[in-house]
Write a protein that binds this ligand. Structure first.
Ligand code: HEC
Ligand code: HEC
Ligand code: HEC
Ligand code: HEC
Length: 409
């Protein structure tokens, strides 16, 4: 489709946009445009004269920051080329009313007439949107989601704890299916020295909190499996001895409490050494001191065989939504890949990543008001804000189309 054709205008962009939705098909037939193309564009109604007048406003009032083509390339200054005109118009009114704070932007539009605002909105809406691969967008490369990041970080642990945390080595605890709460407290006990093990302390001391919680999530979400080491000891006798453990560790060693570890499928030699450590006090824990202290070695061995033979169960941990899953929700209002077809929802595709981040935090903190967006950003943590900003910055933006209509009389 050609862009250099004469354009049409309907007075009042707000009313005009509703009209455009209805007229799209008819207009498309008039100019013989394919059905595949029409889905990519939204019709803008503006006369060539209106757009030319809008361009003059842009030149004198906006271009110093947004560039004459609406792709400014300055940090913090949004790309506005190809943005939905109703949205541009609405936001300028919000700045005029002081709704987005006092700033260079608010000053620039303060004294513009409604007519000038409409025309400059039509002008910038008609510009070619930013190129997502260009310098004006600056999206960081995609970061892996929490589970994938956890898997990558856990590579350093697999040599001892087994791939996916299923132990294949006697004396090494299985980590698979472990509740993240217990996992994280065990790591911090090594770090803090409450649980004495110099090797584990050294291994985890370099990990950040985020890395630890990602690794915990990764192990928790793997399909549980028993440790793959042989267990000596009498499992049947162990079952009888386990009667006193059920209250805390659960039936069959499947714990219902996030701070009490499950024992089902745990590596037997590790089990024995843990019991010994509780008994001799080298692993000090008020809860386990009693149960471990009263048992002889043979009974502990039997218990270890019994628990090693029990089938571990998945922990109840919700898999957090990935950036892609979040984006599907956002797209319900912002259009496929952020190419909005709802006049009130801004297009997000190929917007500057730094600007997207800034406004998402502004909604989250309530500095920028919007019923929809305050609700949507409540649950977003820093990593998701980061990820969503980068996701939308990388999307190809679809612009606005200009269509020829006979001049109105
Ligand atoms: C002094 C620099 C400056 C000038 C001049 C300026 N702007 Fe802006 N504009 C900005 C900045 C910075 C922001 C983002 C501010 C924020 O985060 O609220 C912005 C935001 C906007 C937005 C909101 C975009 C969105 O996606 O929500 C629109 C629309 C806009 N400007 C249009 C214009 C128009 C049209 C003009 C001229 C009439 C203009 N601006 C003049 C700097 C400027
Ligand atoms: C060189 C072998 C080795 C490596 C590598 C290793 N660990 Fe360990 N890990 C152990 C041993 C041995 C224990 C048992 C220590 C004890 O008795 O307290 C253990 C215990 C643990 C425990 C406590 C398990 C429980 O049931 O309470 C956690 C959690 C853990 N490791 C996490 C990790 C993580 C995460 C990594 C990778 C960053 C890792 N380990 C790397 C050997 C290793
Ligand atoms: C009053 C509750 C309670 C009872 C009863 C209890 N435990 Fe525990 N057990 C715990 C808690 C809490 C922990 C975690 C302590 C820590 O962080 O070191 C634990 C830890 C363990 C561990 C270490 C697991 C690991 O992954 O490092 C083993 C092994 C264990 N218990 C076995 C037993 C056995 C066998 C019995 C019965 C003879 C028993 N426990 C009875 C609460 C209990
Ligand atoms: C229920 C509809 C709806 C959903 C769902 C939604 N948004 Fe919005 N969004 C809006 C509306 C309406 C606005 C304009 C609000 C305003 O005027 O400030 C907006 C504005 C924005 C802006 C500001 C754009 C700009 O140019 O300044 C960003 C960024 C944004 N949304 C991102 C998201 C993300 C990311 C999600 C998903 C986590 C999302 N939105 C989900 C309706 C929605």
């Amino acid at each position: 489709m050609k862009r250099n054709v004469q354009s049409v205008f309907l007075k009042g962009l707000l009313a005009g946009f509703l009209g455009s939705l209805l007229m799209t098909t008819a207009v498309a037939q008039t100019i013989n445009m394919g059905a595949a193309n029409i889905a990519d564009f939204k019709v803008v109604y503006a006369t060539a004269q209106d757009v030319a007048e809008g361009k003059r406003v842009a030149q004198t009032t906006c271009a110093s920051c947004h560039g004459i083509n609406g792709v400014g390339g300055q940090k913090g200054v949004p790309n506005i080329a190809g943005q939905r005109p109703v949205y541009l118009h609405l936001e300028m009114k919000v700045y005029q009313a002081g709704g987005r704070g006092a700033s260079g932007m608010a000053n620039a539009v303060k004294y513009l007439s409604d007519d000038a605002i409409m025309k400059v909105a039509a002008y910038y809406a008609s510009r070619e949107p930013a190129d997502p691969s260009g310098a004006s967008v600056k999206a960081a490369p995609a970061k892996p989601d929490a589970v994938a990041a956890g898997k990558a970080a856990a590579a350093a642990c697999g040599g001892c704890h087994g791939e996916a945390g299923v132990s294949k080595l006697a004396g090494m605890p299985s980590l698979i299916g472990m509740d993240p709460k217990y996992f994280i407290s065990a790591i911090s006990a090594y770090k803090g020295g409450q649980r004495k093990n110099d090797m584990m302390k050294a291994l985890v001391s370099e990990l950040t909190e985020a890395e630890i919680s990602n690794i915990a999530l990764y192990y928790a979400l793997q399909k549980p499996e028993k440790a793959q080491t042989p267990a000596s000891g009498n499992a049947a006798a162990g079952k009888t001895a386990a009667a006193g453990c059920v209250g805390c560790h659960g039936e069959g060693g499947v714990s219902g409490s996030p701070t009490t570890p499950s024992l089902a499928g745990q590596e037997s030699q590790y089990f024995v050494s843990a019991m010994r450590a509780y008994k001799d006090g080298s692993r000090s824990d008020a809860t386990m001191k009693g149960p471990a202290g009263s048992l002889d070695e043979a009974t502990v061995k039997n218990l270890s065989a019994y628990y090693a033979s029990q089938a571990p169960q998945a922990v109840k941990v919700a898999k957090p939504m990935t950036v892609a899953e979040w984006a599907e929700r956002c797209d319900r209002c912002h259009g496929v890949n952020g190419n909005s077809t709802d006049p009130r929802s801004p297009a997000l595709a190929a917007q500057r990543a730094d600007y997207l981040e800034k406004v998402l935090y502004a909604y989250k903190k309530g500095e920028r008001k919007s019923k929809e967006m305050v609700v949507m950003t409540e649950a977003l943590d820093d990593a998701l804000v980061d990820g969503l900003a980068a996701h939308y910055a990388r999307q190809k933006a679809r612009g606005m189309a200009y269509l020829i209509l006979p001049p109105s009389k």
